[in-house]
Each structure stands twice: as structure tokens, then as C-alpha cells.
Write a protein that binds this ligand. Structure first.
Ligand code: FAD
Ligand code: SF4
Length: 509
């Protein structure tokens, strides 16, 4: 037999069982294709980092003796589609078997599956050996339930995988979740740890990508690309995070500051999502740091919950809701994204910071994505499918299985509350509590109406007012409705007028 094996751009795991032995009859293919650069407008760093990391893996596997076929974006015989290239290679190598690892995106899963049904050689999908759970484990757990509580899933994961457990049933410390300890603002102390990531000069590759006509946005940072591009770098970065930032991770998990864009976050999502790192090793290192007395239980649990809990959970939500999840629009929101989503040029300091940082670094941390950008998008009634495409393009870690449930479900409540128990919205008060953005802002965080009023305030009340029918019965948002009930009709009319003016002038906010 002669086997052709496909490695997708987010399957850069050199530890996969495929690579344990060198087989003369097997050829591995990696391909840079327009199909993958063009399905949405991507951040420059995302395209550059994925291609550079693919090239790095190909080189390492070649050095280990494997037979590699690499199709570069500008190769003359690159047909720019996965399946067209596969067909050509099957012919070229006279392959008698085709194998691929389970894709994490519905789109690719379908494309390869449908193509395989018509193939005249065996077409075999194998496990990618990355996640803790199978695609359907989450949906099996929640069958028949209206709400899919992450916390319920997470506790099961802790037990099943013996993570931070006292014994087979009791969590370490007697508590499952230390979230309430993890909500401090950051005022500059302790200082942000040094950025120890390796810088790479990939300006030649970047020129190749541009010359090939690939469109993108954001700063490519081609001369100092900072993302881990292979497993060795990712492991070093993981160790540096555990040593320098994990102890503070919990405290400042939700904090935001103009003085720092990384704070105490791990910046591991890219390395995890392209599978250079396995979630088990990340969780194990964090737990070991706690057991060695290096980090508190609250910090360690807070970090582990993101990976063992949220990351696996959103993936399960994704597979349970595809296809069709991207079209969900519970509130019927249809406004276009304002132009400043693409250049950061808004006078709202919080949004200007979060978006400018995203354009510079292809990264924003969770609370910036959720409580600044997503919060505004939901309050302003932006179309969730458009919001989804923006998130899918801009972040270095944006792969649809992770991005879509976070955007459409958690942040835009467009699935009507399957994933989130309430819409994540706030007025200026929350943003001011968790950040130093409001101090330098042209708008006044305290004002609700008038030219200087912070747009979040009127939009917040207008959002609840216009969605009374859909939301008033939700017990988790009773507070907002009790406050609305106390307002007189004239006050409410004022908010509505203010919100209307702002939305009409959204491009100039
Ligand atoms: P840390 O704060 O250090 O967290 C550690 C790890 O936990 C992350 O690397 C990530 O693997 C995991 N994690 C944390 N939160 C989540 C979550 N909600 N869902 C899944 N994994 C999580 N994450 C992505 O990986 N890809 C996305 O496309 C993505 N899109 C998002 C869109 C929106 C609207 C929101 C609100 C969140 C999104 N997230 C996404 C989740 C989260 O914001 C990022 O995982 C995180 O900011 C990555 O930075 P970090 O590695 O420094 O994370
Ligand atoms: Fe954002 Fe409003 Fe604060 Fe300005 S005042 S930074 S717009 S929350």
C-alpha cells in the first residue's frame, strides 16, 4: 500500500501516533491554500503564524526521516483547494489509502467527508488525539436539557480526569469554583511579567503571502512575530507562564488596563488550538505548580477551569449546534459593524483600546472580547453573524469550534440562552470597576444622556427595554427589570432617544 496523509494547519502536533515510526510508503502533505486564507478576512498575524508553524513542523518531520510533501501558497501547481490538491497528490503518488485527522471545523469535516464518499480508494479519518472529550460527549451529557450549564460539565470533567481532586469525589479545598476570588481590578501592582516569547523574523514569508494576493488586516509584525511556532517554543512559553504569571492569574483574570495588554494571561490559546500543546500537559503543569506551593488554589483552579471546562465545553456546544449555529439571531439584530471595528478609531476609550490592541497583536483577553467589544455589539444590536466573522478573522486563536459558541452563544446571546444564563451586557459602571479605561475617555461614565454621556449607559437601558418580552422572565436579570419598573416614562423615553441618536451616529462615536 501507499498512503497519503493530510495534516491540516491546526493539526501541528508532532506527538501524534502517526509520527512514531517512519514508513517509507507514507507521504505526509501540508498545504497552504486560498480556500483557507479566504473563507473570512483574517488578521495578518494569523495567516503568517499558521503558515510559519506549518513550515516548521514539515521541516522537523522531514529531519526525522518522514516523507513530506509541502505545497506553498505560491507553488505553480497549487490548486488552492484541499480536495483538488489531494486528488492530484493521490494521482502523483499512486496512493492506495488516504488518511486524515478529524477536523475541528464543521466546514472542513463536511468537505473531506463528502469528497471521501466519492473517492475510489479507502478514505480514513483518525482521531486528532488532542481533546479530553469526543465531539459528542457534551451533547450526550445534556440531552433533553434546555440549558447547558458549563459548571455541571466541568465538575464531571474534574472527577473523570482526576484534576484538583481530594479523592474520587471531593474537590481539593472542598470547593469546585473560586471565581468570586478572581475579580480584582489591576492598578499596576504587581507589574506585568516580562514577555519572554521568542521573536521571529518572517518578513520573506510575509512578502510571499502578500505577493500571492492574500487579503488580510491588522499589523503582521512580520519582523518580530511573537507567537510560538513549534512545540519546543510553546513548551518554553508554558513554563514561563507557570513560573511568572499563574500565581496572579486568578486575581486579575477579569482586569483590563491601558498600561498592559497581556496582564497575567497565558497567551497559550494559539499553541493549544493548533495542537502544538496538549491540554492535559498544560493542566498537569498548572496542578503541579499548585501542589508545589507555587500558586494558590484559586489561581490554579481559575486557570484550569478555562481549559478543562470552557474549552472542551464550547467545542461540544459547537458540534451539537452545527450546521446553523452561525445564523442564530435570537434578538433579530441587524445593524452593520461600524467602520472603527477595522481601525480602532472611536472616541470610546475602552473600545479604542481593545480593538487597537487586537489589530496590533491579534489578541485580546477574555473580558475585553466579552465585556467591551461583545458587550457593545450586543447593546448596539449588531448582526451576530457579522460579529462572528469579525471575531473569526481577527484573533490568533480563532478557529470556528472555539470562536462561534463564544461569540454567538456567550457574547451575543444569539442562541437564546443555551450557553449563557443571561446576556453579558453592562453599563459603564462594570467597565470602570474592572479597568482604567474610563479615566482617559472623552465620554463621561456617569452620564446617561447628552452629548458627553457614555454610550454604554443609554444603550444598556434601551437594550433591556426593547427586549422586555424576551428577557423579563429570566430570573438572573430580574434586577435590571426591577430598576426599569422604577423609572418613569419620561426617563425611559430619554434613554430611548439617546440610544437612537447614538446608533444613528455609530460610525462617529
Ligand atoms: P487565558 O486567559 O490564559 O486562558 C487559558 C486558556 O483557556 C486559553 O488559552 C484557552 O485555551 C482557554 N480558554 C479560556 N477561556 C475560554 C473560552 N471561553 N472558550 C474556550 N477556551 C477558553 N478562544 C479561543 O481559543 N478561540 C476563539 O476564537 C475565541 N473567541 C472568543 C470570542 C469571544 C467573543 C469571547 C468572549 C471569547 C473567545 N475566546 C476564544 C475565549 C478566550 O477569550 C480566549 O481563549 C483567551 O482570551 C485566549 O487568551 P489566553 O491564551 O491568554 O487565555
Ligand atoms: Fe468606555 Fe464609557 Fe468608560 Fe468611555 S466612559 S471608556 S465609552 S465605558
Amino acid at each position: 500500500h501507499r498512503t497519503l496523509r493530510l495534516i491540516l494547519g491546526d493539526q501541528l502536533n508532532p506527538q501524534h501516533r502517526w509520527f512514531r515510526e517512519v514508513d517509507e510508503a507514507t507521504t505526509y502533505v501540508l498545504m497552504e491554500v486560498r480556500q483557507e486564507t479566504d473563507y473570512v478576512l483574517h488578521h495578518a498575524q494569523k495567516i503568517l503564524a499558521i503558515f510559519a508553524a506549518m513550515r516548521d513542523l514539515a521541516q522537523q518531520l522531514r529531519e526525522a526521516g518522514h516523507h513530506m510533501h509541502y505545497i506553498a501558497i505560491n507553488d505553480p501547481d497549487n490548486l488552492q483547494s484541499l480536495t483538488a490538491n489531494i486528488d492530484a497528490l493521490i494521482g502523483q503518488y499512486q496512493a492506495t489509502v488516504f488518511e486524515y485527522q478529524a477536523p475541528d471545523e464543521w466546514r472542513l469535516d463536511q468537505q473531506l467527508y463528502q469528497h471521501g464518499r466519492r473517492a475510489n480508494i479507502p478514505w480514513i479519518m483518525v482521531d486528532s488525539e488532542h481533546f479530553y472529550t469526543t465531539r459528542n460527549e457534551v451533547s450526550d451529557l445534556f440531552t433533553g436539557r434546555k440549558q447547558w450549564l458549563m459548571e455541571f460539565f466541568y465538575r464531571q470533567m474534574r472527577v473523570t480526569h482526576h484534576v484538583l481532586m481530594e479523592d474520587t469525589k471531593k474537590p481539593l479545598g472542598g470547593q469546585w469554583n473560586y471565581d468570586h476570588d478572581n475579580r480584582k481590578p489591576w492598578r499596576g501592582d504587581p507589574p506585568e511579567p516580562r514577555d519572554t516569547r521568542t521573536l521571529h523574523d518572517h518578513s520573506d514569508l510575509w512578502q510571499t503571502i502578500v505577493d500571492a494576493g492574500v487579503k488580510s488586516f491588522g499589523n503582521p509584525q512580520a519582523r518580530q512575530l511573537a507567537w510560538s511556532l513549534n512545540r519546543q517554543e510553546a513548551l518554553r512559553h508554558l513554563d514561563a507562564f507557570i513560573d511568572n504569571a499563574l500565581p496572579q492569574f486568578g486575581d486579575f483574570q477579569d482586569a483590563m488596563s491601558v498600561k498592559s495588554w497581556r496582564l497575567f494571561h497565558s497567551l497559550l490559546s494559539f499553541a493549544l488550538n493548533v495542537k502544538m500543546l496538549n491540554p492535559r500537559e498544560v493542566v498537569a503543569k498548572a496542578e503541579a505548580a499548585y501542589r508545589a506551593g507555587h500558586a494558590s488554589l484559586a489561581a490554579t483552579e481559575g486557570f484550569i477551569r478555562q481549559i478543562l471546562g470552557w474549552r472542551e465545553y464550547v467545542r461540544g456546544v459547537y458540534w451539537a449546534n452545527m450546521p446553523g449555529y452561525a445564523e442564530k439571531n435570537f434578538f433579530g439584530h441587524n445593524h452593520q459593524l461600524p467602520g472603527w471595528f477595522w481601525n480602532g478609531e472611536t472616541r470610546m476609550n475602552c473600545l479604542s483600546h481593545a480593538i487597537t490592541q487586537s489589530l496590533e497583536h491579534a489578541h485580546a483577553h477574555h473580558i475585553q472580547r466579552l465585556m467591551v467589544i461583545g458587550n457593545f455589539a450586543l447593546l448596539a444590536g449588531l448582526n451576530p453573524a457579522e460579529v462572528h466573522r469579525w471575531y473569526l478573522g481577527i484573533y490568533i486563536d480563532a478557529f470556528e469550534w472555539a470562536e462561534l459558541p463564544n461569540t454567538v452563544g456567550m457574547s451575543q446571546f444569539a442562541d437564546g440562552g443555551l450557553l449563557a444564563t443571561k446576556p453579558y451586557v453592562s453599563s459603564a459602571a462594570y467597565i470602570d470597576r474592572m479597568s482604567d479605561y474610563c479615566k482617559g475617555c472623552r465620554y463621561d461614565k456617569k452620564l446617561r444622556v447628552g452629548e458627553n454621556a457614555c454610550p454604554f449607559n443609554a444603550l444598556y437601558w434601551d437594550f433591556f427595554q426593547r427586549n422586555t418580552d424576551a428577557l423579563a422572565k429570566n430570573p438572573r436579570i430580574g434586577m435590571a427589570y426591577r430598576q426599569l419598573e422604577k423609572m418613569d416614562a419620561a426617563t425611559i423615553a430619554e434613554f430611548q432617544k439617546q440610544a437612537k441618536i447614538m446608533l444613528e451616529n455609530i460610525d462617529k462615536l
